[in-house]
Design a protein around this ligand. Structure first.
Ligand code: HPA
Length: 342
């Protein structure tokens, strides 16, 4: 038999029409006898037949594929989210197509065009930045989409899954304050990202409330491991007096801890460190990282369920879902700690 088996081959062997075979593979076989259906499936199995999903999409107008656009697959926060989306999508009968934009809105637009051309059913969108053009394009093509993690000004009322970033930072600072820390440095993420901005707003608010805010305690980071190292070197050289660093995501904290340890700082005795996200690595590094946890897996699976509900025309009560962050105490703030959440 030739390599490429077609429904024609199956139809001939089964002694039925091509249309009958096609109906079986497209689950439109209500009027086909059980015997014929089983015969067709048996022959397909013997021939190792793999249906042409592109042809099927052209007929049904559905690809059972969801595009996932994300800014940085090397950040475990995003890879853990994708993992959850994939699990949920598979459970619901969908595949995913992952597009990594490197935080580049141009690349993001190209990926949107590619996904549309592949007849994607819907998109889970973690924005690279302002992202309005890419979203306008998706909207113009009537493709359902759900925002995750980063909200976008022009689409504030759109479906989305987020975490209460501001509240999370407030929890973390109040905890550091309760440990007696007063000179708490904050490492921001990129200013143009809503997630980073909300975290900074939380810091500024609570530090002002506590009478501790000073611009000199605020440093700019870029949400990467490398960026965490660079900013920590800056902190060490510019500030003589600080007793804690709150990095606004975990991977910057991991980069920063490396520098602190190499420069001889004792964590947490000389300086306490807190991150944000609670990626898996946070509990595997030494010392284990105290952090503000987002329910990452739940956020990914919720986004996927929400999108599939929209695709199926199911009435959705909550267009926007906000998860509550929790404080996870580990060894970068309490020497004898085993993990506790507050
Ligand atoms: N960027 C990087 N890390 C993050 C983000 C983000 O937007 N959100 C949560 N962790």
């Amino acid at each position: 038999m030739k390599n490429k088996v077609t429904i024609n081959d199956i139809a001939k062997l089964a002694g039925v029409s091509k249309t009958t075979v096609s109906m079986v593979f497209n689950n439109k076989d209500q009027n086909i006898s059980k015997e014929t259906r089983e015969k067709i499936l048996q022959i397909a199995k013997e021939l190792n037949y793999i249906p042409n999903s592109i042809a099927r999409s052209l007929v049904t107008n559905k690809s059972y594929s969801i595009g996932v656009i994300l800014p940085d697959i090397t950040n475990p926060f995003f890879s853990e989210i994708v993992r959850a989306i994939e699990d949920e999508a598979n459970r619901l009968g969908y595949n995913i197509v992952v597009c990594n934009t490197d935080n580049d809105v141009k690349k993001e637009e190209q990926y949107v065009r590619m996904l549309i051309s592949k007849l994607i059913d819907g998109i889970i969108f973690i924005a690279s930045g302002h992202s309005k053009k890419a979203l306008d394009l998706i909207k113009h093509k009537n493709i359902p989409f759900v925002l995750v993690d980063r909200s976008i000004k022009a689409y504030e009322e759109h479906y989305g899954v987020f975490c209460k970033n501001k509240e999370g930072v407030i929890k973390g600072i109040e905890y550091l304050y309760s440990l007696g820390k007063r000179k708490i440095v904050f490492v921001r993420g990129p200013e143009y990202l809503d997630t980073a901005y909300q975290r900074f707003v939380g810091y500024k608010y609570i530090m002002k409330q506590l009478g501790l805010f000073s611009n000199q305690l605020v440093f700019k980071g870029d949400f990467t491991l490398e960026g965490g190292k660079v900013v920590t070197e800056q902190i060490i050289t510019t500030l003589k007096d600080f007793d804690a660093i709150f990095f606004s995501n975990d991977i910057m904290a991991i980069g920063g801890i490396k520098v602190l340890l190499r420069k001889g700082y004792k964590i947490p005795d000389d300086v306490s460190v807190v991150g944000f996200d609670n990626v898996k690595y946070a509990e595997f590094i030494e010392p284990e990282l105290t952090t503000i946890a987002q329910p990452i897996y739940e956020m990914g699976s919720t986004a996927c369920k929400l999108l599939v509900n929209i695709l199926n025309g199911v009435e959705v009560e909550n267009k926007k879902v906000y998860f509550e962050p929790t404080l996870i105490v580990r060894a970068t703030t309490e020497r004898t700690s085993c993990t506790t959440s507050k």
